[in-house]
Every structure is written in C-alpha cells, then in structure tokens.
Design a binder for this molecule. Structure first.
Ligand code: DCM
Ligand code: MG
Ligand code: MG
Length: 243
C-alpha cells in the first residue's frame, strides 16, 4: 500500500537531497524522448505514444546555428503507438490527433512486456552511459514512463541519466520575457514554426533541434546536473496489472 510509495520513492523531486558534488557523467549517448498521453498529471494519464531518438555525443558536438535546422545523419529511432486503456481528455485528443477509437481500430496493444522488451533492447544497443532527454521531463515524461514501467513490474537501470531541457535552458539561455515552452524555444532559435507538434516524433525532432542549438553547453550541463532514473518518483502508483 502507501508504505511502498513512501519507502521506495521520494514523493517529489523537490524533496531529494541536493548533491553538491555528484560524480561527473561522461554521457556517450543522448536519447531524446517524448510521450503522448491521455491527459495531464492530474488526470493520472496513460501512455498512448512514445518516441525516442538516440544520438551519440559525436553527432552533437558542433552547434549548427546559425542556419537551417538540420538533424544528424546517424540516429536510431523508435516510435510506438499503444492502447492507453483509459479515455483521452478532449484536449489531449484534440492536440495529439490520437483517440481511443483510432488506436483500437488500428489494433494497437496496450503497454505490455512486448513494448518493454523493444524499449530495453533499443536502449541496450546504445553506447553507455546513456542520458535520457525530455522537455519538462522531470515534471512529466520521466515520472509517467516510470509509472507505466512500474505497472508492468519492471524498470530501467537506476543509473540512467535524466536531463530536463526546461530548467537547463532557463539557466543557459537567459533572455528577458522569453518563453521556455518547446515550440517557443524552437521559434527563438530558428525563427520558424516547429512541425507536427504533439505527435511524439514531431516533438522529439523539435527537441533535438533545440538541443543542437546549444549542444556543447547542454552536454556540459548534463554532466553536472543530470538526475538519475532511480530518483525519479513515478507520477502515480496504481495496482500492477496481473497479466
Ligand atoms: N497534454 C494535455 N493538454 C495540454 C498539453 C498536453 O492533455 N494542453 C497532454 C497530452 C499530450 C501530453 O500531455 O499527449 C504531452 O504533451 P506534449 O505533446 O506537449 O508532449
Ligand atoms: Mg512532451
Ligand atoms: Mg509531445
């Protein structure tokens, strides 16, 4: 019951002890990720789509600005749609273009061990140490993914790095009146609209391009400030599925 929650996981990231001199992590691969879900945290959302782009640090070393947004040539990519087994909120359905009906009609399975095997296999083939990267990742994507993994009784390696580009860029890209929403950052760096916002893959492309605008600084920031997966509190804990 509740004991497991309070014993195993810190309740919020704010309650974590601040480690003044955490060991520097020389991350070899950065895995950009975005999740589409049935709603916002207060809806206790379920996962409906995930996308991961894995990029070795070799392909992140040079900042491409100024210029047209350009992705590295070498990227491993994984995009999966899953049946969330929970109704979408109207807003989530509207912005993502996903619905319970279209996911069911396309015969998508739920978040099961099959998805987990693919996800783990994808991460295992990347050169480590790995750092997951998500925009507002500490507030949304990492806790939600950990809750989904917990539901099927599994987890990622606790030492996996977790970089949230939202606080990182608030520190690294200071400019009066600036918005740090992902689309706004993309417009700030590239002077154009991001494409396919609120599709998991579209948001990962936007995130990777935003990262590339500030890549050396963000990699240094990650080495000092990345959290580890083991200290991410799941967004919520619900009974584990029994299948
Ligand atoms: N979301 C939502 N309402 C919003 C913004 C987001 O319900 N106004 C939920 C549904 C999205 C998920 O959060 O699938 C992830 O958001 P994003 O597409 O920005 O990654
Ligand atoms: Mg997102
Ligand atoms: Mg998204």
């Amino acid at each position: 019951g509740g004991d497991i929650f309070t014993h195993d996981f810190p309740k919020t990231t704010q309650q974590l002890p601040h480690l003044g001199c955490a060991p520097l992590q020389d991350f070899q691969t950065f895995v950009f990720l975005d999740l589409e879900t049935t709603g916002l945290p207060h809806d206790q959302p379920r996962l409906a789509e995930l996308c991961l782009f894995a990029v070795h640090r070799r392909s992140l070393q040079c900042s491409l600005l100024p210029g047209t947004p350009q992705l590295p040539r070498i990227i491993d990519k994984l995009t999966l749609c899953v049946d969330p087994q929970k109704p979408f909120t109207l807003e989530a359905e509207r912005i993502t273009g996903l619905s319970n009906r279209n996911l069911e009609e396309n015969c998508k399975a739920d978040f099961n061990r099959g998805v987990v095997d693919i996800l783990k296999g994808f991460l295992q083939r990347q050169m480590g140490p790995i750092c997951l990267v998500a925009h507002n990742g500490l507030g949304f994507d990492f806790p939600l993914l950990r809750a989904e993994l917990w539901r099927v009784d599994t987890d990622l390696p606790p030492s996996t790095g977790c970089l949230d580009t939202l606080p990182a860029l608030k520190e690294l890209e200071r400019s009066p009146g600036m918005s740090y929403q992902l689309g706004a950052l993309f417009r700030h760096f590239y002077g154009r609209e991001p494409v396919r916002a609120h599709s998991a893959e579209g948001d990962v492309v936007t995130l990777l391009l935003v990262f590339l605008a500030k890549a050396p600084e963000l990699m240094t920031w990650a080495a000092r400030n990345a959290r580890s997966w083991g200290e991410i509190p799941p967004m919520y804990l619900r009974s584990r599925s029994r299948n």
